[in-house]
Design a binder for this molecule. Structure first.
Ligand SMILES: Cc1cc2nc3c(=O)[nH]c(=O)nc-3n(C[C@H](O)[C@H](O)[C@H](O)COP(=O)(O)OP(=O)(O)OC[C@H]3O[C@@H](n4cnc5c(N)ncnc54)[C@H](O)[C@@H]3O)c2cc1C
Length: 188
């Protein structure tokens, strides 16, 4: 059993390699789901995500014990900030039968073609999309005008390290207590 927001290790069937991934399914759903980006880059980069992408129906992938302290969805009026596959833990929350509809989700992706789960997300909570490669580039940022800064709300940040650090520092600089800022960094 895992909680919404938890991670686990996915493990190659020959056990030579593994990587952590957040569950994107809700604990009440019968199947386990993951939101995985196939990454590429220099020489050996992207080994595990390419291996995962090559799995066919019926292939086996090992799943480790759930872990992590990132637990969005437990308080009213939470603010969620996600970039890319950092959406996974919030998807997990929203896939439950009683989703936290008062949550406000900021999602950063490159363009509208990458706005996956658009209709689903908007049917479950309030969503603000930010497109970095649009005519007018906008990124997820706590510094934008009108961003809700409220010392009584809980802030959950998930995605690449640079975005997570920038949002955390921005929130702290604007008077949000560290205990209200929860983060999960996937890389960088
Ligand atoms: C706690 C935790 C939870 C994670 N959950 C997820 C998840 O739900 N979905 C997911 O896709 N990944 C997730 N990751 C990242 C994942 O563990 C792997 O690092 C990723 O799949 C790349 O592995 P690789 O072997 O293919 O590439 P590597 O060769 O290990 O990495 C190549 C480069 O890809 C970049 N990169 C890594 N992950 C991503 C990503 N998600 N999006 C864009 N660029 C990336 C980094 O710059 C990295 O240096 C998580 C990582 C952590 C620490």
């Amino acid at each position: 059993m895992y909680g919404a927001g938890a991670c686990t290790l996915l493990i190659r069937d020959d056990q030579v390699d593994s990587r952590p991934y957040s569950f994107s399914s809700h604990p009440d759903q019968p199947e386990l789901r993951f939101l995985v980006k196939r990454v590429s880059g220099r020489s050996h980069a992207g080994q595990f995500s390419h291996w995962l992408a090559g799995r066919k129906t019926g292939d086996e992938v090992g799943v480790g014990t759930p872990f992590g302290l990132f637990s969005p969805g437990l308080c009213p009026n939470e603010i969620w900030l996600a970039t890319g596959t950092g959406l996974a833990p919030f998807l997990s929350c929203l896939r439950g039968s009683n989703p936290p509809r008062s949550a406000l989700l900021y999602v950063g992706v490159r363009n509208s073609e990458e706005a996956y789960f658009h209709s689903f997300l908007e049917s479950r909570c309030r969503v603000e999309w930010r497109f970095s490669r649009h005519k007018v580039s906008r990124r997820v940022s706590v510094e934008e005008p009108g961003f809700p800064l409220d010392p009584l709300r809980e802030y959950f940040i998930c995605g690449n390290g640079a975005m997570v650090r920038a949002c955390r520092e921005g929130l702290l600089a604007r008077g949000i207590l560290l205990g209200r800022v929860h983060e999960e960094s996937f890389f960088g």
